[in-house]
Design a protein. Structure first.
Length: 392
């Protein structure tokens, strides 16, 4: 068996970043920049007012002034402010030539075209003025290759002059659920069969990522049926199987893949839950064989499938982010496999959940963190510091 860390490295080494496509801004959300983006324009392009008020020359304080025009967003005052003159100005409007300061309207008394101070004046020259280029200048690098394209980053790209962005194409993922015991969600499973919960769970986990999911459905534990299903994944980047990756008489995923001339890199990881994890390649398609138990499938997808998608998509930060925090309960010593313990995170500390059953979905649904207990680590007392992966 190999460690989870080695498994992650070996899975990521199975493929490189996919090809680049150019998409409209709205289609770039939740993807990663395929290259550096430098500003095509300066922001602000000229001095702008940060408040409603009057544009003046600071040297003319304490006034009075004569109002000679208005400056509104998109409709700037085209004249120039001279000695003793002012322009009515609104937030976001261009500061007229000659003016260098804005006095806010709450501190002004106006009678006709004449204004005087009624409160404190501006504290310094340039007060309430957003200087040209104070956000960024043309040519400034706004976004680096591998940066996540979230709401704020997309807004920055638009302000920098972009209407479309270069990103990696979507990752095509085939999902195969294996097992004679599985039935479709909502179907009467009786006492001997199980609803297929892994496929919708995996699809939901991948939902915010740039992927196209091909659900190849439930495939029984028969060699021909499995071989046919795997053949339908020939144009996919990743083939994910759920169940059948262990070494029992009904675990046929590995022998069927080998019969199709797949190359398998490994098929056991020293972790709990999730030991029967398989990785390799079938042609150009990366194969990830996840365990059938739902919690094991969830944990292995968190640690291996999602990072693989991020890697192929060109993300800079690939692996799950870990935090360090206090644990609210004692924890036993760990054996030869790394434990990933379901827990609740309250913002300050981690509370491990009692169930360790890899089929217990009720405790998984309550969990929003996985405490990481390295192999062969000793028992911990309440209040000990632990590492964890936040979920969601």
């Amino acid at each position: 068996m190999i460690s989870p860390e080695e498994a992650q490295a070996r899975i990521l080494a199975l493929g490189g970043q996919v090809s680049v496509e150019t998409v409209p801004i709205l289609s770039a959300a939740n993807r990663w920049a395929a290259g550096d983006l430098n500003a095509l324009r300066t922001q602000p392009a000229r001095n702008l007012s940060a408040m409603d008020g009057y544009a003046i020359r600071f040297a003319d304080l304490p006034g009075p002034w004569r109002v000679i025009g208005d400056s509104a967003p998109g409709f700037p005052f085209t004249g120039s402010i001279g000695i003793g003159e002012a322009a009515r100005i609104f937030t976001g409007a261009a500061v007229p030539a000659g003016a260098d300061t804005v006095v806010i309207q709450e501190n002004i008394r106006r009678l006709g075209t004449r204004i005087t101070l009624s409160g404190d004046g501006p504290p310094c020259q340039g007060a309430h003025v957003r200087r040209a280029g104070s956000d960024f200048s043309q040519g400034t690098r706004l976004i680096a290759a591998g940066d996540a394209l979230g709401p704020a980053t997309l807004a920055l790209a638009v302000m920098g002059g972009y209407a479309s962005l270069d990103v990696r194409r979507r990752i095509r993922i085939a999902i195969v659920s294996t097992g004679d015991e599985l039935v479709l969600p909502g179907t009467n499973a009786g006492t001997d069969r199980l609803p297929n919960s892994n496929a919708p769970m995996l699809a939901a986990m991948l939902g915010s990522l740039p992927v196209e999911i091909v659900d190849l459905g439930i495939v029984p534990d028969h060699r021909d049926a499995l071989a046919a299903a795997f053949g339908h994944a020939h144009n996919c980047d990743i083939l994910v199987t759920s169940g059948g990756a262990s070494v029992g008489d009904h675990d046929l995923v590995r022998p069927v893949l080998l019969g199709l001339d797949a190359t398998l890199d490994f098929w056991k990881v020293a972790m709990r839950p999730g030991k029967p994890l398989m990785a390799g390649k079938l042609g150009h398609t990366i194969v990830l064989g996840l365990p059938g138990n739902p919690v094991s499938a969830f944990v292995t997808a968190t640690l291996f499938l999602i990072p693989l998608v991020r890697h192929l998509s060109g993300a800079r930060n690939i692996l799950p982010h870990r935090i360090a925090a206090l644990c609210t309960a004692p924890m036993p010593a760990v054996g030869p496999r790394t434990d990933f313990v379901r827990a609740r995170w309250n913002g300050n500390a981690l509370c491990p959940l009692p169930s360790t059953d890899s089929g217990a979905l009720s405790s998984l649904a309550q969990a929003d963190a996985l405490i990481v207990r390295p192999a062969e680590s000793g028992a911990l007392s309440e209040g000990a510091r632990v590492e964890a992966i936040l979920l969601g």
